[in-house]
Ligand binder design. Structure first.
Ligand code: CP
Ligand code: NVA
Length: 302
C-alpha cells in the first residue's frame, strides 16, 4: 500500500484504477447531492510556494465536501520561508494535521517532507511532477474515450512536470504515449528510462505532426513554467511551432480531444481557435481535479 502521492510512479495500474473508480463514484454522488463525509474531523495542510487557482480551490473545496477542513499555508508566512528545515516542519505538522499537500520547486523537498512526516504527503506540483493533475487528466480521457486500451495520448511542448507525469501516467493506464518537444527540452531522464520497457508504446520526437498522428487526445502546457519567468523570451523562440493548431489537429484522430492543465497561453502552445473548440473537454478536465483529488484524499487519509 502506498502512503504518499509524490509522483505518478507511486501508483501501479491497479492502484491508479482504484483512485479513478473512486473519483467517478464521488463525482456521481456530488452530482446527485449525496453527501460523503468520509474525512470528517480531518485536517489537510496545504503548503504553497507557488501560485495556484485550481489546486488550491479544488483541494480546499474537496476537503470541505468530505467533511474535513483544509488550511492554506503560504510559504511566505510559514517559518519554512525563513529557513526552518523541512525535516522539522514535517515532524511538527505531523502532530497537528492528518495530511499535507505541498506545491514547491524541488521534488527533493517533497520527498524529504515525506521521509520525515508520519502523515500522508501529496505533491501538488513540483518542477518535476504534477500527479494530481494527471489523475484528473486520465479520468477525463476515460470519460470521453471510454477506456485506455488502444488509445494514444500525444503531448506537444516542454518536457516539464506535466510531460513527466503524463508519460508515466499514460503508460501505466495502458495508453500509447507520444511526445514532441525541442531536443534541449526533453522530459526527465528517469522518466525516459521508465518508458523504455513499453517499447513502441512510447515515442519521443521533435516533429509535432509525427507525434500527433492518429492521437485520441492532444495535450499541451505552457512553454515557461512557474519559476522560469526569466527564460520566457528564450523559450518563446525555442518552442516556436510547438503549438496545437488546426494543422496538428488534422494529423490526429478525427474525434481527438484536446487537453490543457491550465493556465493556457493562447497564441503560444495552443491557438485560441482550438482552445475554444475544445473548451468543454478542457473545463471538464479542470473540474475533474476536484473529484480525482477527493479520491486521493480518501485513499490516503481515511
Ligand atoms: N493546473 C493547475 O495545477 O492549476 P493551478 O496552478 O491553478 O493550481
Ligand atoms: N508546467 C506548469 C504547470 C502549471 C499547472 C508549471 O509548472 O507552471
Amino acid at each position: 500500500m502506498y502512503m504518499h502521492l509524490l509522483k505518478m510512479s507511486d501508483l501501479n495500474r491497479d492502484q491508479l484504477y482504484e483512485v479513478l473508480d473512486l473519483a467517478v463514484r464521488l463525482k456521481a454522488e456530488r452530482k446527485q447531492g449525496i453527501p460523503h463525509p468520509l474525512l470528517s474531523g480531518k485536517t489537510l495542510g496545504m503548503i504553497f510556494q507557488k501560485s495556484s487557482t485550481r489546486t488550491r480551490v479544488s483541494f480546499e473545496a474537496g476537503m470541505y465536501q468530505l467533511g474535513g477542513q483544509a488550511l492554506f499555508l503560504s510559504s511566505r508566512d510559514l517559518q519554512i520561508g525563513r529557513g526552518e528545515p523541512v525535516e522539522d516542519t514535517a515532524r511538527v505538522l505531523s502532530r497537528y494535521l492528518d495530511g499535507i499537500m505541498i506545491r514547491t520547486f524541488e521534488q527533493r523537498e517533497v520527498e524529504q517532507l515525506a521521509e520525515y512526516s508520519s502523515i500522508p504527503i501529496i505533491n501538488g506540483l513540483t518542477d518535476y511532477a504534477h500527479p494530481c493533475q494527471v489523475l484528473a487528466d486520465l479520468m477525463t480521457v476515460r470519460e470521453y474515450k471510454g477506456g485506455f486500451e488502444g488509445r494514444k495520448l500525444c503531448y506537444i511542448g516542454d518536457g516539464n512536470n506535466m510531460a513527466n507525469s503524463l508519460i508515466v501516467g499514460g503508460l501505466t493506464a495502458g495508453m500509447a504515449v507520444s511526445v514532441a518537444c525541442p531536443k534541449d527540452y526533453r522530459p526527465a531522464a528517469d522518466v525516459l528510462e521508465f518508458a523504455k520497457p513499453y517499447g513502441s508504446l512510447f515515442t519521443l520526437t521533435e516533429d509535432r505532426f509525427e507525434a500527433a498522428k492518429g492521437a485520441d487526445a492532444l495535450y499541451t502546457d505552457v512553454w515557461a513554467s512557474m519559476g522560469m519567468e526569466e527564460e520566457a523570451e528564450r523559450r518563446r523562440s525555442a518552442f516556436k511551432g510547438y503549438c496545437i493548431d488546426d494543422d496538428v489537429m488534422a494529423h490526429a484522430a478525427p474525434d481527438a480531444m484536446v487537453m490543457h492543465c491550465l493556465p493556457a497561453h493562447r497564441g503560444e502552445e495552443i491557438t485560441a481557435k482550438v482552445f475554444e473548440e475544445h473548451a468543454d473537454e478542457i473545463f471538464d478536465e479542470a473540474e475533474n481535479r476536484l473529484h480525482a483529488q477527493k479520491a486521493v484524499l480518501v485513499k490516503l487519509m481515511r
